[in-house]
Write a protein that binds this ligand. Structure first.
Ligand code: MG
Length: 302
């Protein structure tokens, strides 16, 4: 059995290879977040308080990808392979075009600016779903610029990049944060990290049925995550959810059963699958980027 794991269910062992070991790839960050794997076999992520994005590859090690980065946070690829990014500082969702230019996809809803878009996911119909907690505008923030709210709370939005239309799809969360679709695209999972600023606040993941491709049914509790917060998560081909927490990546079935933990020595913000076989899990955790190879494969847009 691999070291550095806790097993709660026998199914967890099937996810591990004999050589599965957590490997440390990079450090020097203040708060590493928003990892995304690129098809050139590199990983790009955000170091939010340092207002930069970094890139790691086996060939080149760590390089600066973009600085300043408008205090970027979550990153993903759209279905055309373009980088889409949540930016606290510009309070927007941006897209990096093939020529390297960065364009605004969404920066306001009904006339008011967003708080500080945090994390995002692309559905197979090209729509971009993103969360908008206030971490980049709060008093004293080191992850953006202090600013007043222009929305009436912290919500979740759906952007249609073709038309530019933006719809508010969830309006009953405290601090919506990480999000991902189930592999079949029929359910949306959304973290609420309200406990970051309120000990009695939520630190859980909710699940919503996608009703007609564009709107959501009533949310229900999926799992309360301890210790720490479910800042970000991804799905594998089994439909297992791999979520961040304070001490580990925790793996859940879609029935909400916790299978096990991949222990990480720093509090974790987020993770993503990558590698040519899509069987490497890259983990952003406070100062560092880690990777572990697994006996499963991620789902690109989940
Ligand atoms: Mg986040």
């Amino acid at each position: 059995m691999a070291e550095g794991v806790e097993v709660f269910d026998e199914r967890f062992k099937e996810l591990l290879l004999p050589e599965s070991r957590l490997e440390h790839l990079a450090d020097g960050c203040i708060w590493a977040e928003g990892p995304v794997w690129l098809p050139d076999d590199s990983v790009v992520w955000s170091d939010i308080p340092n207002n930069r994005m970094l890139r790691w590859s086996a060939a080149s090690g760590v390089e600066t990808f973009r600085q300043p980065s408008n205090y970027s946070n979550g990153n993903t690829l759209d279905r055309q392979g373009r980088l889409v990014t949540c930016e606290h500082g510009a309070r927007r969702v941006s897209r990096t075009e093939a020529d390297g230019s960065v364009v605004t996809l969404a920066d306001r809803y009904q006339g008011g600016r967003f708080n500080s878009p945090n994390d995002l996911v692309v559905r197979p119909d090209d729509s971009i779903w993103f969360t908008d907690p206030p971490y980049g505008i709060l008093p004293g923030t080191e992850e953006g610029y202090e600013n007043p709210f222009e929305q009436d709370g912290c919500h979740v939005y759906r952007l249609d990049p073709a038309s530019g239309a933006i719809a508010r799809v969830i309006d009953d969360m405290v601090k919506p944060n990480g999000l991902a679709f189930s592999p079949d695209g029929e359910r949306l999972y959304v973290a609420d990290t309200g406990a970051s600023h309120d000990p009695d606040g939520p630190h859980h993941i909710r699940v919503f049925d996608v009703v007609d491709g564009v709107s959501l049914g009533e949310g229900r509790l999926f799992a309360e995550i301890n210790p720490g917060l479910p800042d970000g998560f991804r799905f594998d081909q089994n439909g297992y959810l791999f979520t961040s927490s304070a001490d580990s990546i925790q793996v859940y079935t879609q029935a909400g059963e916790r299978l096990g933990k991949i222990l990480v020595p720093e509090p974790i913000a987020n993770c993503c699958f990558g590698g040519p076989q899509f069987d490497h899990l890259y983990i952003t955790a406070t100062t560092s980027l880690y990777v572990i190879r697994l006996n499963t494969r991620g789902v690109l847009h989940a």
